[in-house]
Design a protein around this ligand. Structure first.
Ligand code: UDX
Ligand code: ADP
Length: 477
C-alpha cells in the first residue's frame, strides 16, 4: 500500500453527467501526470463529450469548454469502454445518477441505488489489484456499506482488494468550474488512512491543505445530505417570508438584505424565488426524511419535510396568483414562460419550478410560449410529456391551443401577443432585453409576473404593463 500512493497513474469515473464530467475535467487540468478516463453506458452522451464542436458538450458550464480543449485526448478521455477503464484504474469514482425510487418500499423518498449497485458489481468483477472506490454521487448515509459488501463478495482473481471512500461533491451548477477550482472544502470520508491520503494527494495539486477535511465514512455521507438540507431550508425560509411580505406591505429583498447583514446568518441563499429546483435539494431532503422515519425520528423527519412542503406551496401560490390576476380565467390565453432551467447559467431542468408552474397553467387551459437561452426543445418535450406541443404558434386557432405549448429561442417571438409574461429563471437576457419593444406587442391589459425580481423598477414604471413582483407588498395592482 505504501508504494501504491506513488504508483497511482490512472483513474476513472463511471458516469459522465453533470458531476462526473466537470469534476474529472478539473482533476485532469490540475494533475497533468494523471490519466483520467470518464466512462458511461450512454454512447450518445460520450459522443457529445467527444464532439469537436465544443458548443455540443452535454453539459453547459462556463469555462468547461476551455478545459476540455486543453485536456481532452491528452490526459482526459471519454469512452464507453467501462470494463477496460475499471481494469486499468487504481482509483474509480462512482458518479452515476441516483434518482428517487418510483415504486416499492421508500417510493417517492428513498434514492434508487440500482445504478450504483450495477456499476459496483462491474467494478467487483473487472478490477485488478488494489482499487480505491470513491463514492461521488449523492447517496444516502450508509450506502458505502452497500458498496463495501458487494465488493467483499468479489472473486479472488488478480489479487483484488478494495477500499471505499466517500468524497461528496459540493459543486453548484452554473458555477461548477469555479466551485471545483476553488472549493470551500473537500471532504474525504473513509477508514483506511493510506487510501485517504492517495485521494488527498490528488486534491493537494490545487486545493490548500487546510480546506481538506477528513472524517469517517458516515459523517462524510451525512454532511452532504445535511449541507443540501440546510441550504434548501434557507430558501424555504425566505420564500415563506416572501408571502408574508406581500400581505403585510414589506419587500422581501429589503428584508433579506437586512437579515443577511447579520454575520451569524450571512447573505447567501436568501434570494426568494419560485422555489428551489435542481437534482439534489429535494432528493436529499426526501432521503433525510425517509432515514429519520426509518430510525424512529418522526419529529425530525416532519421538520425537514416542511422545507419541501413550503417549496411546493410557493410554486402553487405563484400559479394561483397568475390565474387570479388574469380575471380567474386563463383558458386559451397566451402566456410567455421566460426561463425553463432551474436557475440561470445551466441547461439543466431537473426539478425546475418552471415544470410544475407550466404544467399547472397548461392543465388550466393556457397556451404557453416557452423561451430559454440554453435549454433545448427536446428536453422541454420530455419535461412536459402528455401536453401537446405545437411547432408553429403563428398558425394557431384558439380552439386548438388550449393546454398546449410552443417554443422559440427568440424572446420577441415568445412575447408577441401574449396576455402575460412569467419570468421563472433569472437569466440576464431578461434584464437586458428591449422591454419597450416587448411592451408594444403585448395583448392589453398585459401582466408581467416576475418571480425572480429580475426587472428594474425604472423599466416597470416606463412601459405599459401591469407588474407583479414576488415578495413585494408595496405593489398597487
Ligand atoms: C446545490 C448545492 O448548492 C451544491 O452544493 C450541491 O452540490 C448540489 O445542489 P445546485 O442545485 O446546482 O447546487 O444549485 P444551487 O445554486 O444550490 O440552487 C438550487 C436552487 O435553489 C435553484 O433552483 C436556485 O434558483 C434556488 N435558489 C438558490 C434560490 O431560490 N434562492 C437562493 O438564494 C439560492
Ligand atoms: P449527476 O448530476 O449526478 O452527474 P447525471 O444524470 O447527469 O447525474 O449523470 C449520471 C450518468 O451516469 C449518466 O450519463 C448515466 O448514463 C450514467 N450511468 C448510469 N448508470 C451507469 C452505469 N451502470 N455505468 C456507467 N454509467 C452509468
Amino acid at each position: 500500500m505504501k508504494n501504491f500512493q506513488n504508483t497511482i497513474k490512472k483513474i476513472c469515473c463511471i458516469g459522465a453527467g453533470y458531476v462526473g464530467g466537470p469534476t474529472m475535467a478539473v482533476i485532469a487540468l490540475n494533475c497533468p501526470e494523471l490519466e483520467v478516463h470518464v466512462v458511461d453506458i450512454s454512447e450518445e452522451r460520450i459522443n457529445k463529450w467527444n464532439s469537436k464542436d465544443l458548443t455540443k458538450l452535454p453539459v453547459y458550464e462556463k469555462g468547461l469548454d476551455k478545459i476540455i480543449e486543453k485536456t481532452r485526448d491528452i490526459n482526459l478521455f471519454f469512452s464507453t469502454n467501462i470494463d477496460l477503464a475499471i481494469e486499468e484504474s487504481q482509483m474509480i469514482f462512482i458518479s452515476v445518477n441516483t434518482p428517487v425510487k418510483q415504486s416499492g418500499i421508500g417510493a417517492g423518498q428513498m434514492s434508487d441505488l440500482r445504478y450504483v449497485e450495477s456499476c459496483t458489481r462491474r467494478i467487483s468483477d473487472k478490477a485488478k489489484g488494489h482499487t480505491i472506490v470513491v463514492e461521488k454521487s449523492t447517496l444516502p448515509v450508509r450506502t458505502a456499506e452497500t458498496i463495501k459488501s458487494i465488493l467483499s463478495c468479489t472473486n479472488n482473481e488478480y489479487e483484488k482488494t478494495f477500499s471505499v471512500l466517500s468524497n461528496p461533491e459540493f459543486l453548484a451548477e452554473g458555477t461548477a468550474i469555479n466551485d471545483l477550482q476553488n472549493p470551500d472544502r473537500v471532504l474525504i470520508g473513509g477508514e483506511d488512512p493510506d487510501s485517504i491520503s492517495v485521494l488527498e494527494k490528488i486534491y493537494l495539486n490545487w486545493v490548500p491543505n487546510h480546506k481538506i477535511i477528513k472524517t469517517s465514512l458516515w459523517s462524510s455521507e451525512l454532511s452532504k445530505l445535511a449541507s443540501n438540507a440546510f441550504l434548501a431550508q434557507r430558501i424555504s425560509s425566505i420564500n415563506s417570508i416572501s408571502a408574508f411580505c406581500e400581505v403585510s406591505g414589506a419587500d422581501v429583498n429589503e428584508v433579506s438584505q437586512a437579515i443577511g447583514k447579520d454575520q451569524r446568518i450571512g447573505p447567501q441563499f436568501l434570494k426568494s424565488g419560485p422555489g428551489f429546483g435542481g437534482s439534489c435539494f429535494k432528493k436529499d431532503i426526501l432521503n433525510l426524511v425517509y432515514l429519520c422515519n426509518y430510525f424512529g425520528l418522526k419529529e425530525v423527519g416532519d421538520y425537514w419535510q416542511g422545507v419541501i412542503n413550503i417549496n411546493e406551496w410557493q410554486q402553487d401560490r405563484i400559479y394561483k396568483i397568475i390565474v387570479d390576476k388574469l380575471f380567474g380565467n386563463i383558458t386559451g390565453k397566451k402566456i410567455a414562460i421566460c426561463g425553463f432551467a432551474f436557475k440561470s447559467g445551466t441547461n439543466d431542468t431537473r426539478e425546475s419550478p418552471a415544470i410544475s408552474v407550466s404544467k399547472k397553467l397548461l392543465s388550466e387551459g393556457a397556451f404557453l410560449k416557452i423561451h430559454d437561452p440554453k435549454v433545448k426543445i427536446s428536453q422541454i418535450k420530455k419535461d412536459l410529456v402528455g401536453h401537446s406541443f405545437i411547432e408553429d404558434s403563428s398558425i394557431i386557432d384558439k380552439s386548438i391551443v388550449q393546454g398546449s405549448w410552443t417554443f422559440s429561442d427568440d424572446i420577441f417571438t415568445t412575447t408577441q401577443d401574449v396576455d402575460a409574461i412569467v419570468i421563472l429563471t433569472e437569466w440576464d437576457d431578461y434584464k437586458n432585453v428591449d422591454w419597450e419593444r416587448i411592451s408594444f406587442h403585448l395583448r392589453q391589459p398585459a401582466w408581467i409576473f416576475d418571480t425572480r425580481g429580475v426587472l428594474d423598477s425604472s423599466i416597470v414604471k416606463k412601459y405599459d404593463f401591469n407588474y407583479w413582483k414576488l415578495g413585494d407588498g408595496n405593489q398597487k395592482n
